[in-house]
Design a protein around this ligand. Structure first.
Ligand SMILES: C[S@@+](CC[C@H](N)C(=O)[O-])C[C@H]1O[C@@H](n2cnc3c(N)ncnc32)[C@H](O)[C@@H]1O
Length: 201
């Protein structure tokens, strides 16, 4: 048991420098528990700090401890929910109020051109000090309110006959690009810091 604990501690210590602080993935009204699990799995695997879920129907427990014990969440996330903090909100508005009061910049994702500004995934900059990345509902997509309160909208180019990617798949692709950029940026400032400058994320 102690040996297992120390293995977990060793792994936690090894990944700590690569985790992306102040980066949150937000799911707005997700309905499919498998998608929720997949996003949490991607969040954990890619080193995103937290997941927020806008869940107006109250399908999820309020408390993270209770979520961790729910088999229906733990199984599709392959237990990632044990290691990744998840917070639920009753509405999009409540979630934005919380993010804005904590000085987070929000961006939305959509297969469509929706934002004040719109970017192809790999052409945007994701090194804002505090960033929340919003993913929309499986059928309705991202809400107008989320688009209005966000700085810009990001799309993965689509070259097939279908309109959009699956929510879980999108989260993996989008968060890969964002965490890659933020890790490179963190590394650059760590190096500069060794030389006397200091501007971490
Ligand atoms: C199945 S899609 C929703 C499709 C919906 N009909 C719409 O108009 O957006 C679920 C979510 O995945 C994300 N998504 C899917 N395809 C995307 C793409 N090509 N680029 C960016 N985000 C995408 C968005 O967050 C979207 O709200």
């Amino acid at each position: 048991m102690d040996e297992m604990k120390s293995e977990i501690r060793q792994r936690a210590d090894a990944i700590k420098p690569y985790r992306c602080k102040n980066l949150i993935a937000v799911m707005e009204y997700p309905t499919d528990i498998k998608n929720i699990g997949t996003v949490i799995r991607n969040v954990n695997a890619l080193g995103v700090e937290k997941t927020y879920i806008v869940d107006p129907k109250g399908t999820l427990p309020d408390d993270w401890q209770d979520m961790r014990e729910r088999k229906s969440l733990s199984k599709p996330s392959v237990s990632a929910i044990k290691w990744s903090f998840v917070k639920r909100f009753n509405s999009t508005e409540e979630c934005f109020d919380h993010l804005e009061s904590n000085r987070y910049t929000s961006i939305v994702t959509s297969p469509h051109v929706k934002g004040k500004d719109n970017f192809i995934l790999h052409e945007a900059d994701y090194t804002q000090p505090r960033l929340a990345v919003w993913f929309g509902n499986e059928s309705r997509g991202i809400s107008d309110l989320a688009v209005e309160r966000s700085d810009f909208c990001v799309s993965i180019p689509m070259f097939g006959m279908i309109e959009s990617l699956n929510l879980g798949t999108t989260s993996g692709i989008v968060l890969y690009e964002i965490t890659k950029q933020r890790r490179a940026y963190q590394e650059k400032y760590k190096r500069a810091n060794r030389g006397g400058h200091n501007k971490p994320l």
